[in-house]
Design a protein around this ligand. Structure first.
Ligand SMILES: Nc1ncnc2c1ncn2[C@@H]1O[C@H](COP(=O)(O)OP(=O)(O)OP(=O)(O)O)[C@@H](O)[C@H]1O
Ligand SMILES: [Zn+2]
Length: 759
């Protein structure tokens, strides 16, 4: 029996479930798990991934087809297993999950769209070198006829010396190559014809060589250069078990013993622990994956890894050009780069023998992917570490209760400089008439006088969060979504933050004709203006950082670089400003509307609020300019999350949060699965959700809903939440129920999506 390849065709059709068997002809004997093949499928050619190899098949001999071609490169076998796991774990299909691990540009096309780039390189040959030497030795000068040569017809190169004749231009080309070494043809100063003639005479060698497209990254203050600092005692204590786990011989540790949480206060030097753990992994001959929540927000982390490890670091993310991404991917695939830094998708880096997976700022919701498959990179990282016997190292100053519950905790309680965390004052805004509390204004003035920096966090962009008519009460709403439109003054527009709908700022009320409109609340745009007015000093600039000011590629990194380089000033913005930055001269941190995140109907509301305040607090007082100060403006002065953050009581907050979640059966004590059904008519959305609810049947699973969700992009929505204690069984049951309903008439009037571990 010839060998059989079980192949997953890369098709989006949900109903089509592989793998399908194909016969491998002798010329395809080298095919492995992970090879990409072009296969005939239902009358056309599809790209497929080899999921398994086998010796036998149930398909009758005469029905067995053969693949048409192999596409290079394939993916590592480990990633095929990981993708199949994701398909099951997140109610998706193998084809979609495999789409996550393909080489950049492979997509579903049966022809590779990105290839290695080749350039024509010219390199001086031995005879070229000799010709130059002879020319310099008083032999006939290039281009001049040799003494006694018959008049320049080129046929006789002279009798006095055997130096080949060179025109001045040819001489220049060869001299350039002599000093610069091999050069791309385009940089030699000669056209292809001339180069080819020199090559034919043996004076240089022309060769097509692979050229790497090198991505450039904005890096902010890799302040410590390349050399590792001396670790503090707490860093040392955290590193030790990591190194022990990295060096432990195979089979001596169970997977749970290799999963760590580095819970260290802000500024405690977690990155340094990552760097040294990565060095230990490399020394043990293994490779490393470093996940960051969002590449644009992590220029410092990328910079530190590159400064420490140089070219063995590859960076993979979607802002790279496809060619750059392909080349970085290939460097990892070939083992030329052994560390991959990137956002959640870097968990699929084509490295083999992964020894360490780091998840930096593990509390960040950006680790959840919001398209099918809706995977959570933190869970995928844990799975990959498990499969490959690697160490998992999640780190955060404000870890998720899930991680505290499940991982071996390494605690760092002090900042590297030994300074205490900055004191946090809660400012009661219940009677406030101005968005900035008097204490806040005074503190900003102090920072300005001292020539330092401040960070102000406003959790909302735009000018004000909604507009209403003062006489009839009309609120401007999105025509597509059941949400209020947000005023963006500089764009003279009111826009929807969900669907992007935007209209001109109204001059009056279309319903009652009144021209008196009220603006409610304040976003980053308005606060920026307030700050400029309150400070009134051009030497103390205000930098705004939010999705509106950073829409273009690389804008966030550029803004961070500008703020870092400025001698003094204020950075005002959305959550972006609180994320992991290390600016030594920030002495004041302010959170406005700290309770805003509490108002979301979400079991993570407390966790989010705590982490937002604690993270922002962590940006202040990191340098040698003395202690920082943090102000929290809020209406909810008694909230547990806010009080705990103000007291820097991470352990107390986590203990309380875990107790509450256990009582209410929330993660980590149960898994949540959310099913959203959307349709033109609310009744159709509800009917689909109800049909799913009736079919879900798994031990320990509790179905909540259907409950209406606000209308989004013109679609009415209804949702179910399934709380499950037996995760696997519940996921399977929900996936089967969704698939079954999707095939019924009810299901065809709605679109259904299942989200495991919703954020
Ligand atoms: N042992 C050390 N000695 C001196 N400086 C150190 C040491 N370890 C780290 N640092 C420096 O201290 C600063 C803070 O470290 P880092 O940014 O890693 O903190 P962090 O724990 O990641 O904080 P956050 O949670 O706020 O992101 C950095 O400039 C880093 O280079
Ligand atoms: Zn909208």
């Amino acid at each position: 029996m010839p060998p059989i390849a079980r192949i997953e065709p890369l098709t989006t059709a949900r109903a089509l479930r592989g793998p399908f068997d194909y016969r491998l002809p002798p010329e395809l004997a080298g095919v492995e798990v992970g090879s990409l093949l072009v296969v005939p499928f239902g009358g056309r050619d599809l790209l497929g991934v080899v999921a398994e190899l086998a010796d036998t098949t149930d398909v009758p001999e005469e029905k067995l087809a053969e693949p048409r071609a192999v596409l290079e490169p394939g993916v590592p076998a480990e990633l095929v297993g990981l993708a199949r796991w994701i398909a099951d774990e997140y109610c998706s299909t193998p084809a979609r999950a495999l789409g996550l691990v393909l080489p950049p540009g492979a997509g579903r096309s049966t022809r590779p769209r990105v290839r290695t780039r080749h350039v024509l390189v010219a390199e001086l040959s031995a005879s070229g070198r000799l010709a130059l030497a002879l020319a310099a030795d008083g032999a006939p000068l290039p281009g001049e006829p040799a003494p006694g040569a018959s008049n320049g017809d080129g046929s006789a190169a002279g009798t006095a010396a055997r130096a080949p004749r060179l025109t001045p231009k040819q001489h220049t080309v060869l001299s350039t190559l002599a000093t610069a070494g091999p050069l791309p043809a385009a940089q030699t100063g000669a056209d292809h014809g001339s180069l080819r003639r020199l090559a034919e005479r043996g004076l240089l060698v022309l060769e097509r060589r692979e050229q790497r497209r090198r991505p450039v990254h904005a890096t902010v203050g890799a302040r410590n250069g390349g050399a590792p600092p001396r670790l503090t005692a707490e860093q040392e204590a955290a590193l030790e078990p990591l190194v022990a786990a990295l060096e432990a011989p195979d089979g001596t540790l169970n997977p749970a013993e290799r999963r760590f949480l580095l819970h260290g206060v802000t500024g405690s030097g977690k990155t340094e622990v990552y760097l040294q753990a990565a060095a230990a992994a490399l020394a043990a001959g293994r490779s490393v994956i470093v996940l960051v929540p969002e590449i644009a927000l992590a220029p410092q982390t990328v910079g530190r890894f590159q400064a420490r490890f140089g070219d063995t670091v590859a960076v993979l993310h979607s802002q790279l050009g496809q060619g750059e991404r392909y080349d970085e991917w290939m460097r990892l695939r070939r083992g030329e780069a052994r560390i991959c830094v990137g956002p959640r998708s870097a968990v699929f880096a084509p490295l083999t023998d992964v020894g360490l997976i780091i998840v930096d700022e593990e509390h960040e919701p950006a680790y959840k992917h919001e398209g099918d498959p809706r995977y959570d990179a933190r869970r995928v990282a844990a799975r990959r570490a498990h499969d490959e016997g690697a160490v998992l190292l999640s780190g955060s100053a404000t870890p998720r209760p899930e991680s505290v519950h499940a991982l071996r905790r390494l605690r760092i309680t002090r900042r590297v400089d030994g300074r205490p965390l900055p004191p946090v004052e809660i400012l009661d805004m219940r009677d406030a008439r101005h968005p900035l509390h008097p204490v806040t204004r005074e503190a900003l003035a102090d920072v300005r006088r001292a020539g330092r920096k401040a960070i102000v966090l406003v959790n909302r962009r735009g000018w004000s969060n909604f507009l209403s008519c003062r006489s009839c009460g009309k609120v401007w709403q999105c025509p597509q979504c059941d949400v209020a439109l947000v005023l963006h003054r500089s764009q003279r527009a009111v826009s929807c933050h969900h669907c992007g709908h935007s209209e001109r700022v109204p001059s009056g009320c279309p319903d009652c004709g009144s021209v008196s409109l009220a603006r409610h609340g304040s976003g980053t745009e308005r606060i920026e203006q307030e700050l400029i007015e309150a400070i009134g000093d051009p030497g103390f600039p205000v930098f705004r950082l939010d999705a509106d000011t950073t829409a273009t590629k690389g804008a966030i990194a550029r803004a961070l670089v500008r703020f870092d380089a400025a001698p003094a000033g204020v950075l005002v913005g959305t959550q972006i400003v609180a994320k992991g930055h290390d600016f030594p001269d920030v002495t004041l941190g302010v959170v406005l509307d700290a309770d805003q995140t509490l108002r979301f109907p979400d079991f993570r509301a407390d966790e989010r609020t705590f982490s937002l305040i604690a993270q922002l607090a962590g940006r202040a007082g990191r340098g040698e300019h003395g202690d920082g100060r943090v102000l929290v403006q809020t209406l909810a002065v008694e909230e547990r999350a806010i009080l705990a953050a103000a007291a820097h009581d991470s352990d107390g907050f986590l203990a309380g949060e875990l107790a509450r979640r256990e009582l209410l059966r929330y993660p980590p004590f149960a898994s949540l699965i959310r099913v959203v059904c959307s349709a033109e008519q609310l009744a159709d959305a509800h009917a689909a959700a109800e049909a799913v609810a009736r079919l879900v049947d798994a031990p320990g699973a509790q179905v909540l809903g259907p409950a209406p969700l606000f209308r989004l992009r013109g679609r009415e929505r209804s949702q179910l939440v399934i709380k499950a204690t037996q995760r696997r069984a519940a996921v399977q049951s929900v996936a089967a129920a969704v698939d079954a309903v999707a095939r019924t008439p009810i299901g065809r009037r709605a679109s259904l999506s299942a989200d495991v571990d919703p954020q």
